[in-house]
Write a protein that binds this ligand. Structure first.
Ligand code: F6P
Length: 550
């Protein structure tokens, strides 16, 4: 649909109908909704691959879901989805295709960008990564002095860090435990310092991950890592070849840095940074878990891609989860979304989703450049479950904010858990189930009184309940399940961006800060005058210089 013929989201009859429906629902409580419809757990649950997705504890009825699907239909979510899978340039502000789904397409698939099938290139890079990963894992790839590589340090930031760093943590039980993996992202020298201080340069491989190979944090850290290596080895530039590889779309810059482009693993401009860890950006992960496990993960992604591409709206999990987010933002004034994994291995999962969701949908103009008049992406936050219970869950249970939450848990503990620790898994999961029940159904003043609580404490011990949650339960946390989970969230974010009519694939909002940082640096180091530095910042810079003894 072209811009001229597109009706503003909040002027659509489907939007108005949702608003009216919201008024009619009023404060309907999940207790009533379950009493009225005891079949909610069967009706509002989906099985997608290994993921059992239960959204019965959401503040919706059949009518809400039907109206949300109408909204999806009128906003052409599926037309845009098909355009994405086809390789159309749906990232209009950067004139790029959005084809992370091609990264996990089977070898015989045909997906064209500008008339060229990209799938053979994807698999050629995966094969090259596999051969390299095997060499490092087996010890065949040695460093400059002939020593075996024992440490792998990924240097990257944003999408070139969060994905592999998260997935390495998630899949730790599948990793080569005799290798050490570190992830450096922050331009604060402390990050690199702590990552390398106990490593032997002769045994260390640096993976420089940067789509553009111009990101200042990454290039600065990579340069410092090269200095550390060459100083430690007392070697010349020729040592770089055995200790540095690059993951990038920019061969010219990689060569300029001094990395042999034979040791570069390529990806393409149609892979967004935050959608890239299943591309060459996943090399550190592939070395950690091996090429076969990596491919299992890709198959998991692909399974959910196919589900999203083909499942009907009423059984399409990313569509439903995406629409629920639209519902809460627009009609419940929710500003945030919590993702609460009940697995220690998912400790970096929510941080990863922050970039995926907030860099994608943190926009305030629509695809036609008009200001939006509706909520777009939420603040995504959360940490592993039981820790959160003793920190911020208080606010979710009894605070004043609406915070829809996803609970993610697994029936089986990981395979290599010490046998003595296995019984703890049921305790972990008892908390998982208890929390969603408490959030949904709460505790009424009468129930509190019945426990003999004095009247003056009753309001304090009452739980209003009615806090919406989705429960995602899987048998086991495997590489495939991780791929399924990530693809589920990728497509959920896509759906929301499509409904909100925003470009979920650009990130212009990060540019201004980058440009200003470049201008401010000489003011810090040389005391140079910076054009356009505001009075507050000028005073702070002066204070900083004084504290630095300059
Ligand atoms: O934060 C902006 C951003 O462009 C992200 O989208 C990206 O993942 C990150 O910087 C790193 O970029 P690059 O991989 O080009 O170094």
């Amino acid at each position: 649909m072209n811009a001229a013929s597109r009706t503003r989201l909040n002027q659509l009859p489907e939007w108005t109908a949702l608003g009216k429906h919201r008024e009619q629902l009023g404060d309907a409580h999940l207790r009533e909704l379950f009493a009225d419809d005891p079949r909610r757990p069967e009706k509002y649950a989906l099985q997608v691959g290994d993921l059992h997705i239960d959204y019965s504890k959401q503040l919706v009825t059949d009518e809400t879901l039907a109206l949300l699907r109408d909204l999806a239909a009128t906003t052409e979510v599926f037309a845009l989805r098909d355009a994405m899978f086809r390789g159309d340039k749906i990232n209009t502000t950067e004139d790029r295709a959005v084809l992370h789904t091609a990264l996990r397409a089977p070898r015989d698939a045909v997906i064209e960008v500008d008339g060229e099938n990209v799938v053979p290139d994807v698999h050629a890079v995966l094969d090259k990564m596999g051969a390299f990963a095997d060499k490092v894992r087996s010890g065949e790839w040695t460093g400059h002095t002939g020593k075996r590589i024992k440490n792998v340090v990924n240097i990257g930031i944003g999408g070139s860090d969060l994905g592999p760093a998260m997935a390495y943590e998630v899949l730790r039980p599948y990793t080569a435990r005799d290798l050490t993996f570190r992830f450096v992202s922050n331009v604060d020298g402390a990050d690199l310092h702590e990552a390398v201080r106990d490593l032997d340069p002769a045994e260390t491989l640096f993976i420089i991950a940067s789509k553009t190979f111009t990101t200042i944090e990454t290039i600065t850290n990579a340069t410092s890592a090269r200095d550390w290596l060459l100083t430690g080895l007392r070697a010349g530039q020729d040592a770089v070849a055995k200790h540095f590889v690059a993951l990038s779309t920019n061969a010219e810059k990689v060569a300029e840095f001094g990395i042999d482009t034979a040791n570069m693993f390529e990806f393409w401009d149609w892979v967004g940074g935050r959608y890239s860890y299943d591309s060459a950006i996943g090399l550190s992960l592939m070395i950690a878990i091996g090429p076969d496990r990596f491919r299992e993960m890709l198959d998991g992604f692909h399974l959910v891609d196919e589900h999203f591409r083909t499942a009907p709206p009423e059984a399409n999990a990313p569509l439903i989860l995406g629409l629920l987010g639209v519902w809460y933002g627009a009609f419940h004034d929710a500003q945030a979304h919590a993702v609460l994994p009940y697995s220690h291995y998912l400790s970096k999962f929510t941080a990863y989703l922050q970039q995926l969701d907030m860099e994608s949908n943190g926009k305030s103009v629509d695809r036609d450049g008009n200001p939006v008049e509706w909520q777009t992406g939420p603040v995504v936050w959360g940490t592993p479950g039981t820790n959160g219970q003793h920190a911020y869950y208080q606010l979710i249970h009894q605070g004043t904010k609406v915070i829809p939450a996803d609970f993610i848990g697994f029936a089986q503990p990981v395979e290599d858990l010490l046998p003595g620790l296995v019984p703890q898994h049921d305790l972990l999961m008892a908390n998982f189930f208890a929390q969603t029940q408490a959030l949904a159904f709460g505790k009424t003043p009468d129930e509190v009184r019945a426990e003999g609580v004095p009247d003056e404490l009753v309001p304090h011990k009452t739980f209003r309940g009615n806090h919406p949650t989705t429960t995602i339960l899987a048998g086991e946390l495997t590489p495939s399940v991780l791929g399924q989970l990530i693809a589920l969230y990728e497509h959920k974010v896509f759906v929301q961006g499509a409904v909100w009519n925003i470009d979920s694939f650009d990130q212009w909002g990060v540019e201004l800060g980058k440009v200003l940082a470049k201008r401010v640096e000489p003011a810090l180091t040389e005391g140079a005058e910076v054009d356009g530095l505001d009075a507050s910042s000028r005073a702070l810079v002066a204070k900083y210089r004084a504290l630095r003894g300059r």
